[in-house]
Design a protein around this ligand. Structure first.
Ligand code: PEP
Ligand code: MN
Length: 345
């Protein structure tokens, strides 16, 4: 956790700074036990620093050869801030990028229920152009009597679908004790809305190297959400994708209220990619297409959509799942809108 003794600083190197001058700054940072994150932009190198205030401030950074300026980061979240890293982060999920000017479509069933259900959904979303498969083996349910997921069997089925369709997959981890298990199968590990502020889980995910999809807590402010991402980043895992999935408001006509403003606001505050989940936001099948269109136009870096071959039989979230045919139609609209926004699909 950040405390009063922490200092974070961005050291911007001059355009003509030499490798030796950069090395010199890094050596001095290491002498004062500060963490340094080097980001090599197209024109200049920027060094993000986190360390003990009194020790970091001892050194006259702006007097160092090759340093243009040293700017303190005033936000409570540091590493994930745009000040810290001006360029967009691109997160690789298997061989699929999220962020950096593209639109990545993630789709599949909410939960893995059976091999047949998963494979029918995976085949359809793959054929329609989705790049990442979704499907959960562990479900955080409001009622303890509801279906909780197939556990490891579900992960095995997802791994089999990955082989069959050549798509990496995302799955949720609910319990910090399952991080290793889920990480041993999944290409992208999701933290659900109910666990956004589970700081032990976040830190655990920060200490392994699979990328993390961090959903916004349904009662979390944007600042709280970015602080949650900071927990993961700070532990060493920088592969983080944020997911806006709707927040709880006074409105009851929708499951949650999609906070579309969060997309441009977060992209201004942070370098991390942001995707939108139109399924869990609206909670209703007929809202999935309009909310997806809005997300693409925002533009978000991706969308994650629930698709089920027979939603009326779904064990979880049937009301918001769209059919394979509906997904294929929606993908046509997504392609047209992405082209209009200059996004690569
Ligand atoms: C989900 O994506 O299946 C899910 C449980 O979402 P959320 O955590 O946003 O409710
Ligand atoms: Mn769901």
């Amino acid at each position: 956790m950040s405390n009063a003794g922490d200092e974070s600083l961005i050291i911007v190197m001059r355009r003509d700074a030499t490798a030796e001058q950069i090395r010199h700054v890094l050596d001095r940072l290491s002498e004062v036990d500060a963490e340094a994150h080097v980001s090599e932009g197209a024109h200049r190198t920027v060094i993000g620093v986190l360390g003990d205030r009194t020790r970091v401030q001892q050194l006259p950074w702006e007097a160092f050869p090759g340093v243009e300026r040293a700017v303190p980061v005033l936000k409570p979240f540091k590493f994930v801030s745009r000040e810290f890293q001006p360029d967009d982060s691109v997160v690789m999920v298997g061989d699929v990028p999220i962020g950096g000017g593209g639109l990545t479509v993630i789709a599949g069933p909410c939960a893995v229920e059976s091999r047949d259900q998963l494979f029918r959904s995976a085949e359809a979303v793959h054929a329609a152009g989705a790049k990442i498969l979704r499907g959960d083996a562990f479900k955080p349910r409001t009622s303890p009597y509801s279906f909780q997921g197939l556990g490891e069997k579900g992960l095995e089925l997802l791994a089999e679908a990955r082989e069959t369709f050549g798509m990496p997959f995302v799955a949720e981890v609910v319990d910090p004790r399952h991080v290793e298990l889920v990480a041993s199968y999944a290409d992208l590990i999701r933290v659900g809305t109910r666990n956004m502020a589970n700081f032990t889980l976040l830190a655990e995910l920060g200490r392994q190297d699979k990328p993390v999809l961090l959903k916004r807590g349904f009662t979390a402010t944007i600042e709280e959400w970015l602080n949650a991402a900071e927990y993961v980043y700070k532990e060493g895992n920088h592969q983080i994708v944020l997911c806006e999935r709707g927040i709880r408001t006074f409105e009851t006509a929708t499951r949650n209220t999609l906070d579309i403003s969060a997309v441009p606001v977060v992209k201004g505050l942070s370098h991390l990619p942001v995707v939108v989940d139109p399924s869990h936001s609206g909670g209703r099948r007929e809202l999935v297409a309009p909310l997806t269109r809005v997300a693409v136009a925002a533009p978000a870096d991706g969308v994650m959509i629930d698709v089920h071959p027979a939603p009326e039989t779904a064990l979880v979230d049937g009301a918001q799942a769209i059919l394979p045919g509906e997904f294929a139609e929606l993908m046509e609209q997504v392609r047209a809108l992405a082209a209009a926004m200059g996004l690569e699909l």
